[in-house]
Ligand binder design. Structure first.
Ligand SMILES: Cc1cc2nc3c(=O)[nH]c(=O)nc-3n(C[C@H](O)[C@H](O)[C@H](O)COP(=O)(O)O)c2cc1C
Length: 167
């Protein structure tokens, strides 16, 4: 114990968080998306990311069954949609249609892209780990769709041009 420090809440301590909209598709062809902040890059080579989904979420079943998902990076102007997708379930309604979100097709996987997001990352699930409350789905990156205005000559994304939603 140090006199200038105090203990604090242990949960969700890694900050700032990276808010994602994870989009996925059911066996019935219906599209869905949820908010995920339990996520990170987890391999440089091959490029992989990890998203944590609680088993009670409708999207959990869709990702488990389809073995794929799209991680969409969230701009500040999608705050209303973000709040809705993170507080209502696709079990009860078609959230994406209700919100009027523009949907594209994955080119490597069978899952929807959210075209209103500046970057959408197609992933196939190669493994998963139940850590506790969340199951961490490890997704091999199959394709990255970025707004053309963001992609530099070397293929890298000009991250500083994106006005990201901050939590
Ligand atoms: C800020 C925020 C962060 C969230 N992070 C996660 C997360 O990392 N994993 C998760 O399973 N749910 C997370 N949620 C909750 C889901 O997005 C929420 O329960 C959603 O309604 C589930 O939708 P679904 O049932 O259609 O899959 C978060 C919600 C918010 C508002």
């Amino acid at each position: 114990m140090y006199p200038e420090k105090k203990t604090a809440d242990f949960r969700s301590v890694l900050n700032p968080k990276t808010p994602l909209l994870v989009s996925c598709r059911g066996k019935d062809g219906k599209n869905n998306a949820l908010v995920v902040v339990y996520c990170c890059n987890c391999s440089f080579d091959p490029p992989m990311i990890m998203v944590g989904i609680v088993p009670s979420r409708h999207s959990y079943t869709l990702v488990k069954e389809s073995g794929c998902f799209v991680a969409n990076l969230v701009p500040a102007n999608l705050k209303t949609q973000f709040d809705y997708l993170g507080s209502h379930s696709g079990r009860d309604e078609d959230k994406l249609t209700k919100l009027g979100m523009r949907i594209g097709e994955g080119i490597k996987i069978n899952a929807p892209l959210l075209l209103d997001c500046p970057v959408s990352i197609e992933c196939s699930v190669v493994s998963s780990v139940v850590t506790g409350s969340h199951e961490m789905f490890i997704g091999k990156i199959e394709y990255v769709h970025a707004d053309a205005s963001l992609v530099q000559d070397d293929g890298k994304i000009a991250w500083n041009k994106i006005d990201f939603l901050k939590l």
